[in-house]
Write a protein that binds this ligand. Structure first.
Ligand code: ADP
Ligand code: MG
Length: 243
């Protein structure tokens, strides 16, 4: 069974229909890049997948959790699905280690010692073991984003969602974050990521989905999609992304 199943999802904000019948299926271990112009519904789709937005019709199932509005279902879903945003949202008054240990301690009730060893493990994964006692303000943007990814990994998610996680970073800091994501992908994590990094989508994502006007306009294996876009809209989008 696929890790993520999205079937004919419609989502409105008031009268504005933002998702107009989106369907998508993601196998376990697959990496899917979502590209498209600003306002095409990419963030809304990701937010629907972990229950941050309510949708009006259609069906979403994520690693066996059905996305109805049952609060118990949502709670258990969120333990399995991590999401990382453009803004890191780390607590400035807590150290890196404390930021990471917080959610496992509160939502899973793990012991302090277990939480600490989790923090050690996920910080090693993002290459920041030596920063465990640092405060977020003393880290670069790229390092803070890697901590945010580590914090999410500490929940041992089965699916990771990334929404433009490098968009606020200077180009020289973008690479280190993309590298962490590439390693996660190689490690077999199921990932959906919204990105403007076309070369990352083309080389790391198995599948790329081009969203346009609230629909999956075009989707396919990344290498094919970029080499031979079928629609004029995707050709224009790819053309505009090359500088
Ligand atoms: P993208 O991530 O592709 O830029 P979004 O999913 O953020 O697109 O937004 C899609 C559309 O939905 C946009 O027109 C945006 O203005 C609108 N939208 C997003 N969030 C809200 C909201 N909370 N309330 C009203 N409209 C929203
Ligand atoms: Mg967005």
């Amino acid at each position: 069974m696929p890790a993520v199943v999205i079937e004919d999802v419609h989502k409105k904000f008031g009268n504005l229909e933002v998702l107009k019948g989106v369907s998508l299926s993601v196998e376990a271990g697959q990496v899917v890049a979502i590209i498209g112009r600003s306002g095409s519904g990419k963030s809304t789709l990701l937010r629907c997948i972990n229950g941050l937005e309510v949708f009006q019709s259609g069906r979403i199932e994520v690693v066996g959790h059905n996305l109805d509005q049952d609060p118990d279902h949502l709670r258990s879903l969120r333990k399995d699905v991590g999401i990382v945003f453009q803004s890191y949202n780390l607590f400035p008054h807590l150290t890196v280690g404390q930021n990471i240990m917080l959610a496992p301690r509160i939502t899973k009730g793990v012991s302090n010692a277990e939480a600490k060893s989790l923090a050690d493990e996920v910080l090693a994964q993002v290459g920041l073991s030596e920063k465990i006692d640092s405060y977020p303000d003393n880290l670069s943007g790229g390092q803070q984003q890697r901590v945010a990814i580590a914090r999410s990994l500490a929940m041992r998610p089965k699916v990771m969602l990334f929404d433009e996680v490098t968009s606020a970073l200077d180009p020289e800091l973008t690479g280190e974050v993309l590298l962490v994501m590439e390693k996660l992908a190689e490690g077999g994590m199921t990932m959906l990521l919204v990105t403007h990094e076309m070369s990352f989508a083309r080389t790391v994502a198995d599948t790329t989905v081009f969203m346009h006007q609230g629909k999956v306009w075009e989707a396919g294996p990344s290498s094919e999609l970029f080499a031979a876009p079928k629609t004029q809209e995707l050709r224009n989008f790819i053309g505009a992304s090359k500088h």
